[in-house]
Design a protein. Structure first.
Length: 250
């Protein structure tokens, strides 16, 4: 699995064929921010955009055509439901144990990671995902064994802001120019998710990945692959959380 780079504007789902006119896609779904949270969007581990809070104008880019953009709206909708649950919990509400589609959340996290790369957040050049990743995001193919969504549990007291959204790509690097994507962290409203895109990262994620962001230095961090339940709210409490349903493998 490899990635390609381009300087031209192109729909990143072009390998699927049948592209329409390019449209502006929000890098991180608007549905995440539609509950009045006023959250800042922070990205880290990127080259082109300095770490820190992003300007509003950077939040959307012409990276998907209209057809492929709208085909992914069920992913945005499910992420919006997750976001609402997290914000209600942050306000101190009892959320119980609502159910969401793990498959849609996984595909959304993957799409969000790819959006940032395709928009050129990570490099001087814009990255286009390999066709196999595109097909996985559109639900047309399975990810390699062990790839996909992981919940990330552990002590989060060092996090700068529990109310933000954050995308951090992970690379396997032979050099600055010779590197390939292995996954990334997507954090929304304090919930940390990791999505693995390359099987080489899978044995590493329970240990120390290459060039880990600060949060991964904590020995208490625990990754769970395609979790059936993610606790939300008070640390160590399993009373409130999200039940994730997983489709059987395609
Ligand atoms: Zn397209």
């Amino acid at each position: 699995m490899s990635d390609s780079q381009t300087r031209t504007r192109k729909c990143w789902a072009a390998p699927l064929g049948d592209c329409d006119k390019l449209s502006r896609e929000h890098i991180i779904s608007q549905s995440i921010f539609s509950h009045g949270c006023g959250c800042p969007l922070i990205i880290e581990g990127n080259h082109r955009v300095p770490s820190g809070q992003l300007a509003e104008s950077s939040l959307a880019a012409k990276i998907l055509c209209r057809k492929h953009n709208s085909a992914l709206s069920p992913l945005d909708a499910e992420a919006g439901r997750l976001s609402e649950i997290l914000l209600n919990s942050a306000k101190g509400q009892e959320i119980g144990r609502p159910g969401l589609s793990g498959s849609l959340i996984e595909r959304w996290a993957l799409k969000t990671l790819i959006n940032g790369l395709a928009a050129g957040w990570s490099d001087r050049r814009k990255w286009l995902p390999h066709e196999s990743i595109v097909r996985s995001i559109f639900g047309q193919a399975s990810l390699p064994r062990g790839c996909g969504l992981y919940s990330v549990d552990g002590d989060s007291k060092d996090l700068p802001n529990p109310q933000d959204a954050q995308v951090t790509p992970y690379w396997a690097k032979r050099s600055e120019t010779d590197k390939h994507l292995v996954g990334g962290q997507v954090r929304v409203h304090g919930l940390r998710l990791f999505v693995a895109t390359h099987d080489s990262v899978v044995p590493q994620i329970v240990g120390q990945p290459e060039n880990p962001p600060r949060v991964f230095e904590n020995d208490e961090i625990r990754f769970v692959y395609r979790p059936a339940f993610i606790a939300v709210g008070a640390l160590g409490s399993n009373k409130n959380g999200v039940i994730l349903r997983w489709d059987s493998p395609t």
